[in-house]
Write a protein that binds this ligand. Sequence first.
Ligand code: SF4
Length: 65
Amino acid sequence: MECELLNSCGFFKKYSETKDLACRSFIRNYCKGQKMTECKRKEYRKTHGKPPVDDMMPSGGIIAS
Ligand code: SF4
């Protein structure tokens, strides 16, 4: 099971290869897991008609760089 937005998602593109454990667990739980319907990035897209910044996490927070 994978999120239907996987191929167009900036977060996934940017962080799919990361070793960062927090990001990896987001990907496991949201992008490829049970919580994909709860993804705040998805919700943002729906509300604003465009995707959020790449650094917005599926939980809605922004990754500090
Ligand atoms: S971050 Fe959200 S919208 Fe992007 S691929 Fe993962 S579940 Fe889908």
